[in-house]
Each structure stands twice: as structure tokens, then as C-alpha cells.
Design a protein around this ligand. Structure first.
Ligand code: ADP
Ligand code: ASP
Ligand code: MG
Length: 814
């Protein structure tokens, strides 16, 4: 005998029932079968509503009953030939009449007991199984309908009855002594107690019915037919990358279902595991898919983690107090108090200090638990040995499951690291000594993010999703978006990163798309966006609570720079091309670095110095490996280098600056470059990154711009430079006649920093520096005589955008 169970969606309507009939027809060709069915999808919920509405004196229960009647009549009519309909239709009407009588009684009394509720819901499975049985007979698949209540014996815990396996086995054995027919149809979910009252096995309990029958029949296998192609690595409704697990052990399946994988009702596994009956989970709507095999021993397939699941609506109870230390019996009394109230404990943790015990339970029993436990510890609370029970709600449990975990250290480190980086606060942790699962209690609002983060962490065949919020679509921002678009396929295939732009803004507009904006036509989309407001943008980015979130600032805007602290505190990484944050006061620079460390986020700004050149990264690597920076010499302004390399007496100085601006090599206000302020900021950032405190006013600046150039608008500035052409020409001629070149050099030595225009001779390092190149010389403990040199293009929107891109990838891969 084999046992097949079909869930609510498999029998939701006539079309689906036909699919089910096809599967059964094939199955009975091979071996006799016992088939268990759930109620038509959604019917159990409506039946429960009927009872509660009636009990609260609401007559609309009648409309619900009518709905139930219509759905069953319609299904039966489409499945049965007209000549065979009358018996079935009158049976449906009769059942609905009985239901109506019960609901009328509840309505009059204004009271609904668990016992009556079980009676009501039993009609769901009674009706569906009758209809399936009749339609199979009509389709020439002969079968016998049997009432599960005749065989499955339980206690009288209505709603969650416990099965008496001995009596159940005896009843089945004695009924079938005369042999078995080829096909029996059973309603799932329902049973009877000793006195013959209808009981139910808990929501989702039809799976359990099937396992109970598989045990009693010593079945060759149990097939659970549902609406997904097997047990998956995570709930597919939450994790879109979830995939089917081909094979899983009983223990693992039990853990996953215990912690919320709804595809199997948790008690289902125990009876089949005891008898080593293999279980297949199959898809009614894709029967050709292999499905999942649940069996005793599963070969390791490279993945240490088999699956990840979660349960919502958890309350965490904490019992704490100094009086608990070393005194036996406290935990026993806690669990006794809960079990007397029939409250099921889902998770337990106890600190080794024995000061506290934490248990996770279904939130709906939280208040009941509070009064039961406080009553049980009444005396200890009154003498202040124990605190009153602390109850926290809106929590969920995440569980990482895999039998192979025990031979792999570091699993939990990876788990908590990934959660921490994404700002998911872990309230409690439990790991069974069998090391089949690690579970963590977190806030329900973080569940989606946490499940996806962990799934990406442990199932390497899936992509890590990176969610970007980009502010700035000018020269650099525009190039960055183009590079992201071009590199999408490469990132996905080579780095396994799926980079999406979820939020985009410029100074005028902002817009969001949770699925990721199309990068083909972002200008048109953004033009339709809402007016830009950086505070709203930041709030929208935070409230989305997305995993691996990176805020990218490609502006030169002060207000944008002031929002980093709020983002870092939410564990969002910040990638800044904007230099304002790192070059304002040391205190605020340090605060941002500290926040990033505290909240496990990344604060990256490689492009603040030398555009895309790996200058800050190199410096960080030197320090991380224990080196010490003693002296820095650098040409850090691509703009000034461009200007002095092109200023050769042909064009005016003002024109050369204009060319640099047109090429995108200057700040929006070129005076920041020409005055040396930009170079001061850069050397200051390098000094700060090398571990020293420095402020702008501590940097000496030997500027070359006449003071008159600093007044007025950018246009005034160009006009004034034109007037001052003789001044610039003099500087140029002086250098030229001495055989030197002009370079704007930044230096740091013996604790002090300076910037200024210098004449550089042919034997000096900076002489051969062309175009807009930058160069940095690091003299360190290791690089004493010959410095470590980083040199290359230090300005330009394309290289800057690629530097920002590299920071984004660095943030993503941490
Ligand atoms: P049935 O009505 O057939 O009993 P259920 O709705 O009870 O079906 O269970 C199947 C559903 O379980 C799937 O549609 C899926 O959304 C959900 N589910 C949750 N976690 C998992 C998981 N790990 N693997 C597969 N399905 C899961
Ligand atoms: N019909 C019941 C429920 O919805 C049992 C089941 O579907 O397994 O809970
Ligand atoms: Mg189910």
C-alpha cells in the first residue's frame, strides 16, 4: 500500500481535481493506494469564520455558508456527469444543512467551544473527499470512501488532538483483515476521541493524517502532493532564489517544518521516520518534476546547510533573577507552568550564568503564559528573588538547518556576521546539542531581509543582491549608471552579484523602484519622479529595510554628506565620491568611521583622492599589515596638473582652466581646485587615513591665485583670471627659464602638512607627470629609501565613476 495526500490547492476546484484524478489513476496502476485529501483551498478558513461570526451574533455567517455551498456544488457539477450528480448534490446540501443547524445553535447561544469548532471544520474535508471519491468513480477509477474518524483515535484536545497510535493501528488492522482493495479515499485532518466526538489534528493536519495511515498500513511510501515542486531551501514566497532540495533527511525535514516550512505539517515526519517509510514531496501542477525525497540518510551534496526557515508571531519570555542561580527546579517549574496551560515551547535558551531563561512561544499565548508563570513564581517575585516575567512580541525565529553542520565550524559565525552587516539585531540564539540547527530570534520586520541575506550567504549558486541608492546623476553619476548597466551580466556571472538601483536622485527629482530601475531609460523615469528632498530620500532608503544596501553619493553637496550618519547607523554602507564628509572636522570624520565600525557597515571614499587610483586602499592595506606612514609627497590635483601641463604660453591661463572644466576635470566651482583647497582636503584625508588627527587650518597653503580671483561668481572668476594673465605668465616664464616645471605639490612630514606651487627640476620625481595624472609617494617603515608610488590618471568622470564602482563592489563583497 502507498499513501498519497493532496493539499488544499491541489483540490481547490474541478480543474485541479481532474489533475489529481490523473495522478491517482497512474499511481493505482502500480500499487494499491490510500489517498488523503484536504478541504478545498481556503474552505477551512471560511468555516472557522462561520463559527466565530455566529458566536458573535453576526448573521453574515449565512452568506459564508452559501459561499461554501456554491463552491462545492459547482465543483461537483463540473466533475460529475449529469446522470450521476443527484446523489452528490443532495449529500452536499445535507452537509450544508447540518452545518447551518450547528451555526444556528452557536448563534443562539453566543458561544463557540473548541469541540464545536472541530465539528464545523470537519465538513471541509468530508465534502472534498466525497467529491473526489465520486468523481474518480465516475471516471472509472473505482474506489471506496472511508471516514478517517472511524480509524484515527485521539485524545480530546480539540483543535490540536494527540493521536493514540496503538488504537489507530488496531482499528486499521482489524478493518482490513479481509484484504485490501486498490483505492481508498480518506478525508484528512479529522479524527475522533474516545467518546466519538470529532477532533482535528491542527491546521495543516491532513499531512499528518497521511503519515498516520502510512504508519498503520506499513506503507511502501508516502507522497505529499502540493503546489510547489518539493521542499525548498527557503520559503519561495519570501526568497525568490529558493530552490528545490532533491533529498533531505527526516531530521532535517522535521527541523525545517518545526521552524515554519509550511510545506509539511511538523508532526508528520515522526511516524514515517520511525518506520523508515520514504516520503516524496511532489507538485500536482508539475508532476514531471522530481520533487524532494525525505529519507533516513542523505548523502552530503556539498552544502552544509540544507535549508532556512522562519516562524512569525513569536513571543519571547524571559525569566530572570538572582534567586535562580544554582537552585534546581526553576526551569522545571517554568516549563510545568507553560505545559499546564498547554503552551508549546518552540525555542529555549539559558545563559551560562543561570541568571535567566528565555523561551519562545506562539505570540497568541503570551498573556496566558505571563499570568501562569507569574503565578507559579508568586513567592519568589514577592521576595524579589525573581523578576516578573518579561514578554516581548513582534518577533520571529529564523532557523538554519543541516545535519552536516556539526562537522563544519564557523557556520554560526558566518550567520551572525551576515545578519550584523545588515543591521539585523539578534535577540536570542539557540543551538541544539545535536547541531542540526541554529536558531535566532529577530524582529519580524527584519525577516525578509534576514532570510534573503542568509540564503545568499549559504547557497552559493544564488546571487547576492545589492541594493543601491544613488544620489547624483551629473558627470560621474551618469557614467556610473552607464557602467553599472554595461557590467550587469559580468557582475552576475563572474561575481555572483545582482546589483540593482532601487533609489535614484539628482538635485531636482528622486524616484524608487523596489524591483530595481531599468538602467536603459533612467533619465526619462527620473524626470517623472517626485521632487528631491534628501531627508525624504534617506528615510525612504531606510524604511525599505533592504539587504546589502549601499548609499552612493556622487554629488558635491553638503546636505547629502550630512546624511551619512543616519545611513551608517542603519547598517547601510556609504560610498562617497563627495569629499565634504571626510574633509570637514576631524570629529565628524571620526564619528562616521566609528559608526561604520559599530554598525558593521562600510564607509568607503576611495575617489576622494586621485579619482579611481587605488590610493586610500593602498594606504589602508599598508596600515592593516602593520606598516607606519612617515612621509607623503604627492601631486593630487588632476586639475592643476592638467592646467600647468597645458599652460605653455599659447592660450591664456583662463582659457586653459576653461578647457579643464569642459573636460570634466574640475570641481563645479574651479576655485576649489585652483586655490589649492581641494589638494588640502586630499592630503588631509590621506593623513587622517594614516591614523593622525589633522584639520584644514593646520595645513600651510602657498597659493598662487591672486586674492582678487576669489570674489564673485564663477563667471567673475574667469574674467578676473583673464585680467591677471601677466601674473600667471610670470610664474610660467620663471620656471621655464630655470629649466623647471610648475607642479602643485602636497606634503606631509614630521606631523605637518603643506601644499603649494613648486618649481620641479628634471631630476625630481614629479617632473615627468603628464596630462591630468596624479602621483603619491608613501615613505613608510617598510618603504624607507624608495617610496611606494601610486601613479595614474587622477581626474575625469570615467575613472572616477569606475572608482566609485569599485567601492560599491568592495562594500558588496564584505
Ligand atoms: P497544501 O495545501 O498542499 O498542504 P501548504 O500551503 O500547506 O500546501 O504548503 C505549501 C506551501 O508551503 C508552498 O506553497 C510554499 O509557499 C510554502 N512553503 C513555506 N516554506 C517552504 C519551503 N521551505 N519549501 C517549500 N514550500 C514552502
Ligand atoms: N484543511 C485543513 C487546514 O486548512 C487541513 C489541511 O489542509 O491540511 O488547516
Ligand atoms: Mg499543508
Amino acid at each position: 500500500m502507498q499513501v498519497l495526500k493532496f493539499g488544499g490547492s491541489s483540490v481547490a476546484n474541478a480543474e485541479n481535481m481532474n489533475k489529481v484524478a490523473g495522478i491517482i489513476r497512474e499511481a493505482v496502476r502500480r500499487e494499491p493506494a490510500a489517498v488523503v485529501v484536504s478541504a478545498l483551498g481556503g474552505i477551512t478558513d471560511i468555516l472557522i469564520q462561520c463559527g466565530t461570526l455566529a458566536a458573535s451574533g453576526d448573521e453574515t455567517f449565512r452568506e459564508k455558508l452559501q459561499l461554501i455551498e456554491e463552491r462545492h456544488l459547482e465543483t461537483a457539477k463540473s466533475l460529475l456527469p449529469v446522470t450521476q450528480q443527484s446523489g452528490m448534490l443532495s449529500l452536499i446540501k445535507q452537509h450544508i444543512n447540518e452545518l447551518e443547524d450547528i451555526c444556528n445553535g452557536i448563534f443562539l447561544l453566543g458561544e463557540l467551544s473548541p469541540r464545536t469548532q472541530d465539528r464545523i471544520v470537519s465538513y471541509g474535508e468530508l465534502l472534498s473527499s466525497r467529491i473526489l471519491s465520486a468523481s474518480l468513480n465516475a471516471a472509472h477509477v473505482p474506489n471506496t470512501w472511508l471516514d478517517s474518524r472511524q480509524f484515527i483515535r485521539t485524545d480530546s484536545n480539540f483543535g490540536y488532538a494527540s493521536v493514540d497510535f496503538d488504537i489507530t493501528r488496531q482499528k486499521i488492522a482489524s478493518f482490513f483483515t479481509g484484504g485490501q482493495e486498490s483505492l481508498y479515499i480518506f478525508p484528512g485532518f479529522i479524527a475522533t476521541d474516545e467518546r466519538g466526538a470529532t477532533t482535528t489534528l491542527g491546521r495543516g493536519g491532513s499531512d499528518y493524517t497521511a503519515a498516520i495511515l502510512a504508519d498503520a498500513f506499513n506503507a511502501s511510501k508516502l507522497e505529499i502532493w502540493t503546489d510547489v515542486s518539493g521542499m525548498m531551501t527557503a520559503d519561495p514566497r519570501i526568497v525568490t532564489n529558493a530552490r528545490v532540495i532533491p533529498a533531505i533527511s527526516y531530521q532535517e525535514a522535521m527541523e525545517l517544518s518545526h521552524f515554519g516550512a509550511k510545506v509539511i505539517y511538523p508532526p508528520t515526519i515522526q511516524p514515517v521516520m520511525n518506520k523508515k517509510i520514504p516520503v516524496w514531496i511532489k507538485n500536482t501542477f508539475a508532476p514531471q518534476d522530481a520533487g524532494t525525497l525525505v529519507e533516513n540518510k542523505v548523502t552530503v551534496n556539498g552544502n552544509t546547510i540544507r535549508g532556512i526557515s522562519s516562524i512569525n508571531s513569536i513571543a519571547l519570555l524571559s525569566l530572570e533573577g538572582s534567586g535562580m542561580v544554582g537552585i534546581p527546579g526553576f526551569s522545571r517549574r517554568l516549563f510545568e507552568a507553560l505545559s499546564n496551560e498547554k503552551i508549546n515551547v518552540i525555542l529555549i535558551t539559558q545563559g551560562s550564568s543561570e541568571h535567566s531563561i528565555c523561551v519562545g512561544i506562539d505570540e497568541k499565548f503570551a498573556e496566558k503564559a505571563r499570568s501562569a508563570v507569574d503565578r507559579a513564581f508568586d513567592y519568589e517575585i514577592s521576595v524579589k528573588k525573581v523578576e516578573p516575567l518579561v514578554v516581548e512580541k513582534d518577533l520571529s525565529i529564523l532557523a538554519l538547518v543541516g545535519e552536516n553542520m556539526k562537522s563544519h565550524p564557523g557556520i554560526s559565525g558566518k550567520m551572525f556576521g551576515a545578519l550584523g552587516r545588515n543591521g539585523v539585531n539578534v535577540r536570542a540564539i539557540a543551538q541544539g546539542s545535536s547541531e542540526k540547527n541554529i536558531s535566532a530570534v529577530i524582529a519580524t520586520r527584519d525577516v525578509k531581509k534576514a532570510l534573503n541575506v542568509l540564503h545568499e550567504e549559504y547557497f552559493e549558486t544564488t546571487y547576492k543582491q545589492i541594493n543601491l541608492f544613488i544620489v547624483g546623476t551629473g558627470n560621474v553619476g551618469g557614467k556610473l549608471l552607464a557602467q553599472l548597466q554595461q557590467q550587469q551580466a559580468y557582475l552576475q556571472h563572474q561575481l555572483r552579484l545582482q546589483v540593482r538601483v532601487v533609489g535614484l536622485a539628482n538635485s531636482r527629482k528622486m524616484m524608487f523602484n523596489d524591483e530595481g530601475l531599468s538602467l536603459d531609460n533612467w533619465p526619462a523615469l527620473l524626470a517623472e519622479g517626485a521632487p528631491m528632498d534628501i531627508d525624504l530620500f534617506v528615510r525612504a532608503a531606510q524604511s525599505r529595510n533592504l539587504r546589502n544596501a549601499v548609499f552612493v553619493d556622487v554629488t558635491a553637496n553638503e546636505k547629502v554628506a550630512h546624511s551619512y550618519d543616519k545611513l551608517l547607523q542603519k547598517s547601510m554602507s556609504v560610498v562617497a565620491c563627495n569629499k565634504i564628509a571626510c574633509s570637514s572636522s576631524f570629529e565628524s570624520y571620526k564619528k562616521l568611521k566609528d559608526l561604520a565600525r559599530e554598525y558593521n557597515s562600510r564607509f568607503l571614499f576611495e575617489t576622494n583622492v586621485g579619482a579611481g587610483l587605488p590610493i586610500i586602499g593602498t594606504l589602508n592595506d599598508l596600515l592593516r599589515s602593520g606598516d607606519q606612514v612617515n612621509r607623503i609627497e604627492a601631486v593630487l590635483s588632476g586639475t592643476l596638473n592638467y592646467v600647468f601641463n597645458h599652460y605653455n604660453g599659447e592660450k591664456s591661463f583662463s582659457k586653459v582652466v576653461r578647457d579643464a572644466q569642459d573636460e570634466g576635470y574640475t570641481e563645479p566651482d574651479p576655485r576649489l581646485d585652483l586655490s589649492g583647497t581641494d589638494v588640502m582636503r586630499k592630503i588631509m584625508i590621506l593623513v587622517r587615513e594614516s591614523g593622525r588627527q589633522l584639520e584644514m587650518d593646520q595645513i600651510a597653503n602657498e597659493g598662487f591665485l591672486p586674492a582678487s580671483c576669489m570674489d564673485g561668481t564663477v563667471d567673475d572668476f574667469y574674467a578676473e583670471m583673464e585680467k591677471q594673465e601677466p601674473h600667471f605668465r610670470k610664474l610660467y616664464e620663471a620656471a621655464k627659464s630655470a629649466g623647471n616645471k610648475l607642479k602643485f605639490v602636497a606634503q606631509f612630514e614630521n606631523g605637518s602638512a603643506s601644499v603649494g606651487l613648486q618649481q620641479v627640476g628634471p631630476d625630481q620625481d614629479f617632473y615627468n607627470l603628464y596630462g591630468k595624472d596624479n602621483v603619491v609617494l608613501f615613505y613608510t617603515d617598510r618603504y624607507r629609501e624608495q617610496p611606494l608610488v601610486v601613479k595614474g590618471a587622477g581626474a575625469g568622470s570615467e575613472v572616477t565613476a569606475s572608482g566609485v564602482f569599485a567601492d560599491i563592489i568592495r562594500a558588496a563583497q564584505s
